[in-house]
Design a binder for this molecule. Structure first.
Ligand SMILES: Cc1cc2nc3c(=O)[nH]c(=O)nc-3n(C[C@H](O)[C@H](O)[C@H](O)COP(=O)(O)O)c2cc1C
Length: 317
């Protein structure tokens, strides 16, 4: 056997990295299958799809794309070139999202190793951030990180930020009136020790001022003053189909790992995108493309880690 995949340890290392990825409501909607001694398949787990808020499977694909980026990085830092085939068999197997073949040996760069080491450090923070601006060079590097994965990262100016916070608040109000949405959200935000879902200890406080720069999961404790000028960026793709969503997910994870390198924290305000998907609305045509994630970035305090499923549960026979 020619590759590290041949050992249980090799597979465990790859799946451990993939499983740390961010996912919508921490559903971890993925499964992996070691297809051959040199190939791992990434599958969408239909049982973990959000039927109400994600009818197209867009958020599921974005989440799986983030896991795919970690998987690529794990292969790459084992000294091999990952060869990725997106949706290798869309007609017969639409849930087979990617096949990753472990290719030829290739030296690992310090930058790749650094990003890999940051996988367990990255986490979503819904706490208030400090009133400190992100330097322009860092913003540019994050834009480049998205571009390297075929996506765009548009930083919003003051007006764009205020508009977007307003849209998010309106979307949240509309979502809160939807019984099925509320039931789905409640199912994935239940308190108690679990391996998935968004536990209460990461919900963060309510914002003292409206509109809030963090999403309301309905179980926030207390109220706090958030940063006076939230810094938002929108991750975009030119198309809006499954391959674009997988690209968006890989770009998201690269952006988040580079942000972590610079000591930045991130949270998300995807309520307007969820509402768009739920109501089957089409995006207005925009030269920047289709919004896939609305990201809030800034400097903030350390936060606890959300739970994950045991690694070997992610592998299917
Ligand atoms: C496609 C997608 C959509 C998300 N939407 C939101 C959101 O609207 N609000 C939010 O606070 N977090 C959002 N998240 C973050 C997840 O809730 C988070 O990744 C998950 O709970 C795991 O926690 P971690 O990122 O700390 O590992 C989203 C993540 C993904 C991948």
């Amino acid at each position: 056997m020619s590759t590290q995949l041949a050992t249980g340890l090799g597979v465990r290392r790859l799946l451990a990295a993939a499983g740390q990825a961010p996912s919508v409501l921490n559903t971890q909607p993925w499964r992996f299958h070691v297809a051959r001694e040199d190939c791992v398949e990434l599958h969408a787990d239909r049982d973990r799809r959000l039927r109400v808020s994600d009818p197209r499977g867009r958020s599921q694909h974005v989440s799986c794309g983030a896991a795919l980026f970690n998987l690529r990085l794990a292969v790459r830092t084992s000294g091999r070139r990952p060869m990725v085939f997106l949706l290798p068999d869309p007609g017969q197997e639409p849930d087979l999202l990617a096949a990753v073949r472990v290719g030829a040996t290739l030296p690992v760069s310090a930058g790749q190793r650094e990003l890999y080491d940051l996988i367990p450090v990255r986490r979503t923070s819904r706490l208030p951030f400090f009133d400190r601006r992100i330097p322009h060079e860092v913003m540019a590097e994050l834009r480049l990180a998205a571009a390297r994965e075929g996506a765009g990262l548009a930083w919003l100016d003051r007006h764009g930020t205020l508009d977007t916070l307003g849209y998010a608040a309106l979307a949240e109000d509309e979502l809160a009136r939807d019984h099925d949405y509320r039931a789905e959200l409640a199912a994935w935000t239940m308190p108690g020790a679990r391996y998935d879902g968004v536990p209460g200890y990461v919900h963060g406080p309510h914002a003292l001022r409206d509109p809030s720069p963090v999403r309301d999961f309905g179980r926030q404790d207390g109220e706090s003053r958030f940063e006076a000028r939230p810094q938002l960026a929108v991750l975009t793709t030119m198309g809006d189909g499954p391959v674009d969503w997988l690209r968006a997910g890989q770009a998201l994870q690269r952006v988040l790992l580079v942000a972590t390198k610079y000591g930045l924290s991130a949270s998300f305000l995807n309520q307007p995108l969820d509402l768009r998907d739920m109501r089957h609305r089409r995006d207005p045509h925009h030269r920047r493309g289709h919004p896939q994630m609305i990201i809030r970035l800034g400097y903030g305090p350390y936060v606890a880690r959300s739970p994950r499923r045991p690694v070997m549960e992610l592998a299917q026979a």
